[in-house]
Design a protein around this ligand. Structure first.
Ligand SMILES: Cc1cc2nc3c(=O)[nH]c(=O)nc-3n(C[C@H](O)[C@H](O)[C@H](O)COP(=O)(O)OP(=O)(O)OC[C@H]3O[C@@H](n4cnc5c(N)ncnc54)[C@H](O)[C@@H]3O)c2cc1C
Ligand code: FES
Length: 361
């Protein structure tokens, strides 16, 4: 077992919808699991191609007060519609097709900066799209134990793919005075309509939010596909909710919500930074050079500030998506990656330059 990972047994595998399945994981040593904040994710090692393994991150979808294990809830990712010949998703298909009750998985402890502010007593707005509901379900479990007003709005295609629906409804039962649940289906099936599985049809819109939410000082958490995130960000901002009260988690890779939402548009020109005390960082492929200062953040953030869009996923040294060749110089890791980058490469989401560097970006 690699350092940082612990063997977990799959004790239950539950089909939540046509494309989403939950896996209940308990440590082989039967000791308590590492504490998890509601909203955080765990990392699972799965077999990749050519005999290698890959790391995949999945939000804990269970009640974090359960110290005997974690539940993850995973959508099976087939080849995208625009690339039907592409190989299906490595991690999600492995979990769905090869992992069963009794299987052993290598799991690293919960991480992530997207978690419920449990010290606050403000009302909470949880907005999710598709499988993006997983961290919010965990938050919902925790919020049910408090006296905070909670609005849980979930958008998905229809009842066939809607996961954890009954769990949310059961949790909200008896708490209707402060907990409101609303499911929006884009294309409900005849069965959905007959059984009234959803509350409205279409999308989460400003009008819907205005009709459901009393004016208040909300904390907002959202997670879903990129277009959903962009829409939710713009929507909540347009309702006057400040950036400081908005938190989000991004499941995909290669896109920045900030960039996608035009929150902080990439500058037309790379900033003309002074060279005084700055460290020269050359992005060789893009032909862009900038001068990094101590308060600039990670190399990934720096590249984004310069208008570049390198690939990323976890932004915290876990998934290796941001790995790129370091052609010259050295970096310092501001957060230790879960695994070292391959020889000659660096993880730019959690590193900073030690002196002049040249990256193959
Ligand atoms: C913090 C965090 C939490 C997350 N939590 C969850 C969660 O709770 N539940 C969940 O389901 N997911 C979650 N994810 C997403 C999850 O980590 C994986 O990204 C997801 O399961 C897809 O991984 P995969 O290995 O199955 O697919 P990958 O192998 O990474 O493939 C992704 C897609 O690309 C396609 N593809 C592969 N090769 C090509 C090619 N050559 N051309 C075109 N397309 C190609 C695949 O068919 C697939 O559709 C989370 C991600 C993060 C960052
Ligand atoms: S984005 Fe995941 S390791 Fe950098």
């Amino acid at each position: 077992m690699t350092e940082g990972f612990r063997p977990f047994r799959v004790v239950r595998k539950i089909r939540e919808s046509t494309i989403i399945t939950s896996f209940y994981l308990e440590p082989l040593d039967e000791q308590e699991v590492t504490a998890c904040k509601p909203g955080q994710y765990i990392t699972v090692r799965v077999p990749g191609t050519a005999g290698k393994t890959v790391l995949k991150t999945y939000s804990v979808s269970s009640n974090v007060t359960n110290k005997s294990g974690y539940r993850i809830t995973v959508k099976k990712e087939g080849a995208p519609v625009h690339a039907p010949d592409a190989p299906p998703g490595i991690g999600s298909c492995y979990l769905h097709d090869q992992v069963d009750v009794g299987s052993i998985l290598e799991v690293a402890a919960p991480r992530g900066e997207f978690y419920l502010n449990e010290a606050s007593d403000r009302p909470v707005l949880l907005l999710s799209g598709g499988v993006g509901l997983t961290p919010l379900v965990s938050m919902f479990h925790s919020l049910i134990e408090t006296q905070r007003p909670v609005f849980f709005l979930h958008a998905c295609e229809n009842g066939d793919i809607h996961a954890l629906r009954d769990e949310i409804l059961n949790l909200s039962e008896g708490n209707e005075s402060r907990v409101k649940v609303h499911f929006v289906y884009r294309a409900p099936t005849p069965a959905d309509i007959e059984t009234a599985k959803h509350h409205s049809v279409g999308y989460i819109t400003k009008e819907l939010l205005q009709s459901l939410l009393p004016l208040d000082d909300y904390e907002v958490y959202f997670c879903g596909p990129t277009p959903f995130m962009k829409a939710m960000y713009n929507l909540t901002r347009s309702l006057g909710i400040s950036d400081a009260r908005i938190s989000y988690e991004f499941f995909g890779s290669a896109t920045s919500l900030v960039e996608a939402a035009s929150v902080k548009p990439a500058p037309d020109q790379p900033p003309q930074q002074s060279q005084d005390g700055g460290i020269e960082v050359v992005f060789a492929k893009s032909g862009v050079t900038g001068f990094w200062h101590n308060n600039t953040g990670s190399l990934l953030e720096f590249a984004e500030d310069l208008g570049l869009a390198p690939e990323f996923s976890c932004r915290s040294g876990i998934c290796s998506t941001c790995m790129c060749p370091l052609l010259e110089g050295e970096v310092t890791y501001i957060e230790d990656p879960l695994e070292d980058a391959e020889e000659g490469n660096v993880l730019i989401c959690c590193s900073q330059p030690r002196g002049r560097i040249v990256l193959d970006i």
